[in-house]
Design a protein around this ligand. Structure first.
Ligand code: AMP
Length: 428
């Protein structure tokens, strides 16, 4: 048994798995470019108050799951690792006065989030999200842009059966009377509520709709639905979001019990699931409108909307769907030589190739030629560059390991020839 382990609920992404994350990050980057979302980076920890206020004090995330950093004795401030991305981005928007920029400010980043939760399949204490935010536009068009962008990500990642569950959770005009109605409804059934739900009824009744407790399913199905109690402005906004999404042919299902766990959401709320996989740990991503958040964090009233897609779950879903795994990049060339000990020449020529833009490997361990070539095949190199006596005349053998052909090439042409052949393979 090794002495040390990665902390519970965290994983090392070894190169094969890391390649899957890199692939997803590249898709996110390309979509961001096409849709016009600029990169942003905020710290992985913030003042705890940013999350307490920004996420909501009576949410699981803050009550139970916040990774609080033990303060040093000379440090008065309380810090926490970020459990989600929006609060930090909005804090940055306020701090840097981004309301003077053209609105909305569209930003995005991929990074790790931390939640001190009970680890299980698909639920980790450190996990990765692609976080996308558009701040400064009240919608409804931007709502549809964002919802479609998230859906597009899954499609391009290779998941073709992802559906959007959509709801409106109202605003400060229509939500309080709705919550009263909801509270009255659940109060009538208080005796049958599980303990956790009884406590939630006091602190955050909306959350009861979020309950995945099977005993709650029937009660939730009969509960008053917020979509039936929206004020006129929220109703018009919701209808317009649906109309825009319809025009984009995004597969949407209205889900009246979808409320999302976070306090700061207003109006549009959505989650992404694969068809037939709508269980507790199966949300692939989610988001919503947060028109009150900028003000909560000290800015002027400013609307905003965003999403966070969980990359770990996408990697799991792709494996489940039998998608081909992303692989670490293969080398174009593997430099081998007849002279087992001649690591100087091998490294020199590999370095020349690398400087010319070729991805090249060389065996630096002094193995025999046969073993070097075995390694070249194991690494799935396209070419073996074989150094022999003719190196004195400035020539090497270039063996195409896939085609099984070989011919001499002057060193001066080597990089060019490999690059040309690689390019024709890519495009051919
Ligand atoms: P949330 O803000 O909780 O809706 O999270 C957004 C997305 O992040 C979820 O839909 C999941 O895909 C992912 N996610 C949230 N919590 C975890 C976790 N503990 N482990 C892995 N993925 C998570």
């Amino acid at each position: 048994m090794p002495t040390f382990h990665a902390p519970r609920g965290t994983r090392d992404l070894l190169p094969a798995e890391r390649a899957s994350f890199d692939r997803l990050s590249a898709i996110a980057a390309d979509l961001s470019r096409r849709y016009g979302y600029a990169g942003i980076e905020t710290p992985m920890f913030e003042q705890t108050a940013v999350f307490e206020r920004g996420v909501g004090a009576v949410t699981d995330i803050v009550e139970k799951e916040l990774f609080r950093i033990q303060p040093r004795t000379d440090e008065a401030e309380s810090w926490s690792l970020r459990p989600e991305g929006t609060a930090g981005v909005v804090r940055a928007y306020v701090q840097h006065g981004l309301r003077t920029w053209p609105q909305p400010v569209r930003v995005q980043y991929v990074g790790p989030m931390f939640r001190y939760d009970r680890p299980q399949a698909g639920r980790y204490r450190q996990f990765w999200q692609w976080d996308v935010e558009a701040i400064g536009d009240a919608g409804p068009g931007i709502d549809a842009e964002i919802v479609e962008l998230g859906h597009r990500f899954y499609t391009e990642a290779g998941l073709s059966d992802v559906r959007v569950l959509l709801n409106s959770i109202g605003d400060p005009t229509c939500r309080p009377p709705y919550i009263e109605r909801l509270t009255t409804y659940f109060e009538r059934h208080r005796a049958t509520l599980p303990d956790l739900e009884q406590a939630r009824l006091r602190t955050n009744p909306l959350r009861l709709l979020d309950s995945k407790d099977p005993d709650m399913a029937a009660l939730i199905a009969d509960a008053p639905r917020i979509v039936d109690h929206l004020c006129d402005a929220c109703r018009a906004h919701f209808d317009a979001v649906c109309e825009h999404l319809d025009a984009l042919a995004v597969p949407v299902r209205i889900e009246p019990s979808l409320v999302r766990g976070l306090d700061y959401y207003t109006r549009t709320a959505f989650e992404y699931y694969r068809e037939g996989a709508e269980g507790q740990q199966q949300a692939l991503g989610g988001g919503g409108r947060y028109d009150g958040l900028v003000e909560l964090l000290g800015g002027r009233p400013t609307p905003g909307i965003g999403f966070a897609l969980g990359l770990d779950r996408v990697v799991l879903a792709l494996a489940e769907a039998g998608a081909e795994r992303a692989r670490p990049a293969r080398p174009a060339a593997f430099v081998a030589s007849a002279e087992a000990g001649d690591t100087v020449e091998r490294l020199r020529i590999a370095t020349q190739l690398r400087r010319a833009g070729v991805s090249a490997r060389a065996d630096l361990g002094g193995r025999k030629l046969g073993r070097q070539l075995e390694q070249a095949s194991r690494e799935d190199a396209h070419f073996a560059v074989i150094l022999g006596d003719e190196l004195r005349e400035g020539t090497v053998q270039l063996r195409d390991l896939r085609a099984g052909t070989q011919h001499p090439v002057p060193l001066t042409d080597l990089a060019r020839e490999i690059l040309r052949d690689e390019a024709s393979h890519r495009h051919g």
